[in-house]
Write a protein that binds this ligand. Structure first.
Ligand SMILES: [Zn+2]
Length: 330
């Protein structure tokens, strides 16, 4: 096993951790080596393929896990999954407060999410398949209580790197980036990606969701990062990149185009979020009908985030037809 390791800056290494069966292909884990302690930023899924690569890479880099802490940008399983496995008795696992709270209260979340997409037109037989597929069982809730919470304004020092914690909610409830103001680098997690667009999802009823308008919150978090002086972005997936501000403009443009698409379809008349999603253009590698149910779930959740955003701007309304939701232009 020869892991893919790249030294992106002195003492900062990027490990490419494969994500089997995921269109994301891989996740980036970063290792920062310090004199006294090291930090690992994000870890990969709790799967053998990821474990093998991380074990091999940490061996090559001679990382002593007894002197290493783990920082998780957000609670999704491709970033958090191996944290418990890698953590030694002396390791802290850092996570933001909102994601930690969501993890503690996770029981029942997928049932709520399933109920919500079902009301939005997701067919029952596809829902059953998707629930079987989702890796939600790989979380160990008891271990989730061992997090050390970081908040906006906190910082971590590793070797010569001074990392400031920035809350950038949107992709998850509390997504956290690390910013090194002197070296002008940003560990962006999945908040800003270079080659792909971060998924912004509304998973449960907006009224009972800690983040009822995730897209609105996300766009604000983009503006927050846009104001910073950044030379190099080290993202959670795919290649590192420069031109952070330009990329932010592209991401905002993407969401404006999405909104236009939603509006064009709703112009034809009221419809469910599911049929909206089925009629939009996606880069899923196959047609809508042939796409795996879980991909369709991500797609409808993204459409629901757009609808919540447009609802808040007064552009869209929602009506209940029996148990089902229909959306129309105002
Ligand atoms: Zn991710």
């Amino acid at each position: 096993m020869v892991p893919l390791i790249e030294e992106v800056l002195p003492k900062i290494y990027r490990i490419e951790v494969p994500l089997p069966e995921s269109p994301l292909r891989s996740v980036n884990s970063y290792v920062l080596k310090g004199k006294e302690r090291n930090i690992i930023i994000d870890t990969g899924m709790n799967k053998k393929e990821c474990r093998d690569v991380m074990d091999a890479a940490l061996k090559v880099l001679k990382v002593d896990l007894n002197k290493t802490d783990i920082f998780i940008t957000h609670f999704h399983s491709d970033h958090l999954g191996l944290a418990y496995y890698l953590a030694s008795e002396n390791s802290k696992i850092y996570l933001n407060e909102s994601d930690a709270l969501a993890l503690y209260g996770r029981a029942g979340l997928w049932e709520q999410a399933a109920g919500f997409v079902s009301k939005n037109g997701f067919p029952e037989y596809e829902l059953e398949k998707a629930l079987k597929q989702h890796p939600r069982r790989s979380f160990d809730l008891d271990k989730a209580k061992i997090f050390t919470i970081l908040r906006e304004g906190d910082s971590l020092q590793v070797g010569n790197y001074h990392l400031e914690c920035l809350e950038t909610p949107g992709h998850s409830y509390g997504c956290m980036c690390l910013y090194e103001p002197h070296k002008r680098i940003l560990f962006s997690g999945d908040h800003i990606l270079g080659d792909i667009t971060p998924n912004i999802s509304l998973l449960t009823e907006p009224e009972s969701n800690p983040q009822g308008n995730p897209l609105g919150v996300y766009l604000e978090s983009l503006d927050k990062i846009s104001a910073l002086d950044i030379e190099l972005v080290l993202p959670g997936h795919r290649s590192i990149f420069q031109n952070c501000r330009e990329r932010i403009c592209e991401l905002k443009y993407h969401h404006r185009q999405r909104e236009k698409e939603v509006r064009t379809i709703l112009n034809e008349g009221p419809c469910s979020a599911y049929s909206l999603a089925a009629n939009m253009t996606w880069d899923m590698g196959s047609s809508w009908d042939e796409s795996p149910p879980m991909q369709k779930w991500f797609a409808i959740a993204e459409v629901l985030a757009h609808l919540a955003y447009m609802k808040e701007k007064g552009l869209v309304s929602c009506s209940k037809e029996g148990e089902k939701y229909l959306y129309f232009l105002r």
